[in-house]
Design a protein around this ligand. Structure first.
Ligand code: ADP
Ligand code: MG
Length: 718
């Protein structure tokens, strides 16, 4: 690694920003962040299509990488040209045969070389245009796919028609891009080539030794090389140009996370130590002992809290693994130390559920707990807000929204964020920058994340994992049945309901359309109601929040026997009496998702079951998914398997999970680069914590390039 130790940042903590380090997005990036419509040849109609396919900006075009190549170097004689191949032919244009009036036949132009004849065909042809580009008797270079029609060689609508002079400009390899309806490859290629004209030379942020070792070209060369390929391997993910861009993206990601982490470690928190008095009281009151995993997680949290900097820790554990108790212990440390704690849940119903669980335990320990959600209005709300401000509440439970608003604490020391699927890096940064100074943060998630992904998503956090379930939990019996046996299943449900059991029924997911989702769910709801009587409920994503919570509440209260749902059923909702989970069209769900859904049952004392109804015939991957589910209930094992089966991009439904989406890096093809980028990022900040060296300035450009600029605010000279 090259040295960047010339920086004097560490010797004087309040150095003014160096003049080399401009504020805001660097000017040389402006052309890349302009709207694509600013490029020559791109009008509003094309801009719309591009927005849909790649994104609105010039940079989005550059990030749209080719998925294949056309080899234009294949230059056979006509006699050697094979059907289905792309060939570049050197021909003499013969006499045109225009489409006869009223006919639908194509316009045909026979062409020859010394070995044979090939006919160019054009549908809906414009004769004047063809006479201009293909004058009779002249030589032309044409390139396109060769077909055989009635035993004769033919090429319809060649991709290129060039004079012998122009032929030198024909690229040897032509990129092929993923397209969208209404957009041709030709038009997209032109747009991307126009974007390439705007590519500036950027200062090198890559460590020189590493770049040399990996044979990485400079950034602008890499961008050019992927879009103007010069060899057939240019579309391989490990091609140096592609790998470089992937590495850049991961370095930006890791550097942003490392900056958050460094900021946390630098932000003074108060060292929190409790005397254990309240925790002991709560433990004494619990009907069970904490599992080893819970004890370990609590110990890790206690150690963090003792440190004089802020905690940012992720607690991962399957649904039902007992995260709430761990959270309570963390919060009690704060209370023992004379401070306050907060627990934020993503929904009203979960907030109330937490409060209900925690209230008797807190009461036993003499801890003052209150709950505040959107439902609390007027005087009641005012009273709680004031009590929190006056320090008369020790633990406040509420929804996330609450804490973004007006609530002020006298002394908030620990904040727990529960089940936050959309709690991405951006939100964490927000929390840490505007959150109360010194507040320690514990984030809890029920989505087990494979280790490789963990680094990319949560590289800024310390992680605790609850891998074992509390003892006494009965395994969920998982069975797979073809949809044809639905009647049998419904008959079985009638019996189970008769015994007082409750059922979740999850309806198929229709990727493109929540309207179709809802229609399917409504149909099933009506069908089950007809078959089983009135106590059937329905929740789906197009219902209003309050409406949905009402149905969920009725299910929780036991007023509903069967809850028909699209996948919106709240993560973490605890209905211990629900012991049957039916998943319709299980083959359409991902493994992790099936696991999450199954986790809603098996929480009470009754034996639970999960029925996976699938449509035959079952594909290989779906078969493997179902087999994995039957074999294990360990979310971490399932997450790793899911990664293998699906590829990282799709794991967990990336969009909802708060995982970063990579555009250039592929977690399968570039997995080893993640670790390298992480190490790189750490070393960078060790040597140049404020990114003030020359390389540091270049790295700021990198962060802007990948729109990780929130992280830049964490620099003193940001
Ligand atoms: P999570 O939030 O991880 O989904 P919870 O914290 O809601 O899980 O715990 C699920 C259930 O397990 C709760 O009813 C809780 O009381 C119970 N539980 C928690 N820890 C233990 C334990 N150590 N032994 C037995 N039951 C436990
Ligand atoms: Mg929970």
């Amino acid at each position: 690694m090259t040295s960047s130790s010339g920086s004097s940042a560490t010797s004087s903590p309040r150095v003014p920003p160096s003049p080399r380090v401009p504020k805001g997005r660097p000017e040389n990036l402006f052309p890349l962040f302009a709207e694509a419509v600013k490029l020559p040849g791109i009008g509003p109609r094309l801009q719309k299509l591009l927005e849909k396919l790649t994104g609105p900006k010039v940079i989005d075009l550059l990030w749209h990488l080719p998925s294949g190549l056309i080899d234009r170097r294949h230059r056979p004689h006509i006699i050697d040209a094979r059907a289905g191949q792309v060939a570049t032919l050197d021909v003499t244009v013969g006499p045109h045969k225009p489409t006869p009036r009223g006919s639908r036949a194509p316009y045909r132009i026979p062409c020859t070389d010394e070995t044979g004849e090939i006919t160019l065909t054009f549908f809906h042809a414009r004769e004047d245009y063809l006479r201009r580009t293909l004058p009779e008797g002249e030589r032309r270079i044409i390139s396109g796919e060769v077909e055989i029609y009635n035993g004769l060689a033919q090429m319809s609508h060649p991709d290129h028609i060039l004079t012998p002079d122009e032929a030198q400009d024909l690229p040897p390899y032509e990129p092929v891009y993923p397209l969208t309806a209404g957009l041709s490859g030709k038009v997209l290629t032109k747009a991307i080539q126009a974007a390439l004209e705007r590519v500036p030379e950027l200062p090198e942020w890559m460590d020189a030794a590493w770049a040399r070792q990996q044979h990485y070209p400079a950034w602008h060369e890499a961008v050019r090389a992927v879009h103007q390929p010069e060899a057939p391997d240019a579309i391989e993910p490990r091609h140096p140009a592609r790998a470089r861009l992937a590495y850049d993206e991961m370095l930006a990601n890791q550097l942003a996370l490392a900056l958050v982490r460094a900021r946390m470690k630098r932000t003074r928190g108060r060292p929190l130590t409790g005397d254990g008095r309240l925790r002991r009281k709560v433990m004494d009151h619990l009907p069970f002992a904490l599992t080893r995993g819970q004890l370990l997680a609590v110990a890790e949290i206690e150690a963090d809290l003792k440190e004089p900097y802020r905690m940012l820790r992720l607690l991962q554990g399957d649904v039902g693994s007992g995260k709430t108790m761990v959270a309570l212990m963390a919060m009690l440390v704060a209370v023992e130390a004379g401070a306050q704690a907060a627990l934020m849940a993503p929904t009203e119903i979960l907030a109330r559920q937490h409060a209900k669980t925690l209230a008797p335990l807190c009461e036993a320990a003499g801890v003052r707990l209150a709950v505040l959600t959107g439902r609390d209005k007027g005087k009641a709300r005012e009273a709680i807000v004031q009590a929190a401000e006056a320090g008369e509440i020790d633990i406040l439970v509420g929804t996330h929204a609450l804490f973004q608003g007006s609530v002020a604490f006298r002394d908030l020391a620990v904040a727990v964020v529960d089940e936050q699927h959309r709690f991405g890096v951006r939100e964490r940064m927000e929390l840490s920058s505007k959150g109360v100074a010194g507040t320690d943060v514990l984030v809890m998630t029920a989505t087990p994340i494979p280790r490789t992904l963990q680094l990319t998503a949560y590289g800024d956090m310390d992680v605790s994992r609850l891998t074992e379930k509390p003892s006494g939990r009965k395994p969920v019996v998982t069975r797979a049945l073809p949809l044809e046996r639905m009647d049998e299943v419904i008959a079985g449900l009638a019996r189970a309901i008769g015994e007082g059991r409750q059922v979740y029924w999850v309806c198929p997911l229709v990727e493109e359309s929540d309207v179709l989702d809802v229609a399917a769910a409504e149909d099933r709801y009506a069908g089950l109601k007809a078959a089983l009587g009135a106590r059937v409920g329905l929740v789906h994503g197009r219902m209003k929040g309050a409406e949905r919570e009402e149905v969920m509440g009725a299910f929780q209260a036991g007023d509903i026997d069967i809850l028909v749902a699209t996948t919106v059923i709240e993560v973490g909702v605890d209905v211990p009496n629900a012991s049957i989970m039916v998943i319709e069209h299980a083959e359409r769900f991902g493994l992790a998702q099936l696991h999450q859904l199954r986790g809603r049952v098996g929480r009470g004392s009754a034996a639970s079951s999960c029925l996976l109804l699938y449509k035959t015939p079952l594909g290989e991957i779906a078969k493997k998914r179902i087999a994995t589910l039957r074999d294990t209930e360990d979310g971490f094992v399932i997450a790793e398997e899911d990664l293998i089966l699906r590829g990282a991009g799709e794991v967990l439904g990336t969009r909802q999970s708060g995982l970063p989406q990579f555009r250039l890096a592929s977690l399968e093809a570039h997995a080893d680069l993640i670790a390298a980028a992480r190490d790189d990022a750490e070393l960078i900040l060790q040597r140049d914590p404020e990114l003030e060296s020359e390389r540091g300035a270049a790295l700021r450009v990198l962060l802007y390039l990948f729109e990780r600029d929130e992280a830049i605010r964490f620099l003193r000279a940001g």
